[in-house]
Ligand binder design. Structure first.
Ligand code: NAD
Length: 371
């Protein structure tokens, strides 16, 4: 029989909300905390502000069962918690592309100032963060509250938007990074159901856990950039990229996934994570040539898309009306962050085209960023 834990999740976005709802679904008592009052008010009414298949039902079911709560007050939300997940955003820093850790450090400061003395809570970093961030969070809390002795564990998340609930509930692997055995076991127990269903659990150091997340995303991004470059070459020859992808992907060592050519990878993870990894390598005096080239190749592809449309329309799009199917960065999500559709549409508009765009889930988000 699984024991139920009291869990707090700080940051109630795609990752935080899915984490909170799924952990509640496994029988834990969960409070999701966010600074965004509107978001929390909506969630308290059972109105789920983001689209993910199965998420709304899961949130409603667990809220009704009294296992899932929402709050804007961090101190109340973390009171008595066994584990506190940090799932705030780590977007690229506008000035230099490094991961912006200001939200994470602000949340950690709040936790340090609110945690009861003697609290056994394990702090779990779920946000994607550069190597060494767990150490910095631990040191920060220790210096703000000497003697609190917090235990910080890295537990990066690999869910994909569009299938986030299924991915969280049935992951390929669960990475737990930490050097304090009890803290690691506590987090491992939270995932007992997923482990029982076959998920591999990899226990490692905090630094390795942090690196695994970036290295995984950079590898997948590289796979996409690679097939896009092969697609370019196919266009100049008689080869068919569909057949080439199928032929390559049928080799189990290569695999079908992330081998579909398209307008370049986007979304809230690959672009920022590849950049953050490259920047962090630079800081360590290490050149990640393949990652750098992946970033450049993807950027070039995104900007070439408009030129392809212009060429297909006889050299000019001025005064023409163009239909765009798909605004999100991929199917089954409403997330338009770094979606290749957005710069494509903007460029076509600048060139004088009128756009009619359609997306089954992302129209309301796209309206916020497009004219
Ligand atoms: P998001 O922007 O959807 O959500 C972040 C939330 O954190 C926001 O609602 C924001 O208001 C809240 N927040 C910020 N500072 C806060 C604070 N001090 N206290 C409370 N709430 C605060 O972000 P996301 O897409 O869920 O990503 C979160 C992290 O998970 C990032 O590091 C991301 O790289 C990583 N990640 C994301 C995905 C994904 O598919 N979206 C997958 C794996 C990992």
């Amino acid at each position: 029989m699984m024991s139920s834990r009291k869990v707090a999740v700080v940051g109630t976005g795609y990752v935080g909300l899915v984490t909170g709802a799924c952990l509640a679904g496994w029988g834990n008592s969960v409070t999701c905390i966010d600074l965004n009052e509107l978001r929390i008010k909506r969630l308290q009414r059972g109105d789920v502000p983001i689209y993910e298949p199965g998420l709304e039902e899961l949130v409603r079911e667990n809220t009704a069962a009294g296992r899932l709560h929402f709050s804007t007050v961090l101190a109340a939300g973390i009171a008595g918690a066994d584990c506190i997940f940090l799932a705030v955003g780590t977007p690229p820093r506008a000035s230099d592309g490094h991961a912006d850790l200001s939200f994470l450090f602000a949340a950690a400061t709040d936790i340090a100032n609110s945690l009861a003395h003697g609290s056994p809570a394990v702090i779990v970093i779920k946000s994607t963060v550069p190597v060494g961030t767990g150490d910095r969070v631990e040191q920060m809390i220790e210096s703000l509250r000497p003697g609190l002795h917090v235990r910080v564990v890295s537990n990066p998340e690999f869910l994909r938007e569009g299938s986030a609930v299924a991915d969280f509930e049935g992951p390929d692997r669960i990475i737990i990074g930490g050097n304090e055995v009890n803290a690691v076991s506590q987090i491992r127990r939270l995932y007992a159901k997923a482990e029982k269903s076959g998920a591999a659990v990899i226990v490692t150091s905090r630094a390795s856990a942090e690196m695994i997340k970036y290295a995984s995303n950079a590898f997948l991004a590289t796979k996409i950039a690679f097939i896009n470059e092969i697609a370019d070459l196919c266009e100049l020859t008689d080869a068919d990229i569909g057949d080439v992808s199928l032929g390559m992907g049928s080799d189990r060592r290569i695999g079908m996934q992330f081998l579909n050519p398209g307008p370049g990878y986007g979304g809230s993870c690959f672009p920022k994570d590849t950049l953050a990894l490259a920047k962090s390598a630079q800081d360590h005096g290490c050149r990640l040539g393949i990652v750098n080239e992946t970033i450049a190749s993807n950027e070039a592809r995104k900007s070439r898309m408009a030129a392809k449309v212009v060429a297909a329309l006889g050299g000019s799009v001025a005064g023409k009306r163009i239909a765009v199917f798909g605004l999100a960065f991929k199917a089954n999500t409403d997330d338009v962050r770094d979606s290749p559709a957005i710069p494509l549409i903007r460029t076509l508009q600048e060139l004088g085209a009128g756009i009619s765009a359609c997306d089954p889930k992302a129209v309301h988000q796209a309206r916020l960023v497009l004219d």
